[in-house]
Design a protein around this ligand. Sequence first.
Ligand code: VGL
Ligand code: ZN
Length: 198
Amino acid sequence: MRALLLIDIQNDFVPGGALAVPGGDAILPLVNRRQPDFELVVATQDWHPPTHQSFASQHPGQPLFSTIDLHGLPQVLWPDHCVQGSRGAELHPGLDQRRIEAIFRKGTSPEIDSYSAFFDNGHRKSTGLAAYLRGRGVTQLYLAGLAGDYCVYYSALDALQEGFETFLLTDATRPIDAAGFARAGADLQQRGAQLVVG
Ligand code: VGL
Ligand code: ZN
């Protein structure tokens, strides 16, 4: 069974948002058009408490987008984004939500970030997504959303590791950094994911 996983299509990740992904809103028509092709559609929301330790604002003196060590893991320091309950954290109003059956929230623990839809960055806590998908009979997982070089990439890595046949809808994602995304795509392909257009 085929499912579509829509990663973090939230106001803060599109132009005008706190952590805007260039052209992030351009994926909306494609994502909406592809939904009827899948028996199951699931979404994620980046959902941080206001004091989340991935925010540069929590580390005075450290520049935005610099990398620090956070409890033993490298952590990029982001602008405050997707704060729980804020407008920026809402799914984009242009996203057709009618067929989305479940929304998994991540990044809720203040001390650890969670790029993947499946696990936090330390692989300590599961969101329950893999068990949910297996329970629904999903074998093939198609990924789209934002950002291609962070949450979509790490979700695809975990999807592979969890044994799903994994597909990346390359037209339906946009990266923060193009070079990083090129590396991510090559890495995913090498690990057995399929990159598909359209
Ligand atoms: C994301 C950086 C920080 C993403 C989330 O959704 O790709 N990137 N938090
Ligand atoms: Zn985040």
